[in-house]
Unconditional design. Sequence first.
Length: 165
Amino acid sequence: MKMNQFAMYLAVGAVSAGLVLVAFGADEKEEAVTWAQVPAAAQQTLKAHAPETAIQKIEKNTEDGKVSYEAQVIQNGKKSEISVTPDGKLLSVEEEVALTDVPAAVRQALEAQATGGKMGAVEKVSEDGKTTFETKVEKGGKKLEITVGPDGKVAGTEDVTKEKE
């Protein structure tokens, strides 16, 4: 009898855990969309930052019930991402920049963080009127995303080893 109760509790626990995972997974959704599926106001903002021909891919993102559109752009050989709301509000611009084009304090901080590892591409991120610089560093079997302010101070380090590219 005790074995049957244990099996029942185990089954209930497994089902509960599965429901929790489904609920958390439902909070974030990405889907590829066409230009025609992007609201007109969002299209206008995207066009103000890049020609339509430079836009390679657009994704509709839904996170915690909030919708945004993220355009992946290649312009003059450089990659960038522009994120806007359906009503055209610019959320962020992430653009690939050369390490030699960032302020000296930023370059020194990024190089110091990458010591003993391999640094990826550097991105200049403009969001909410603030600018930061980001890169991913592979070191010691981990992949870390390093965020540095324009003054060279490290603003954050996040382990992104398990994230998809």
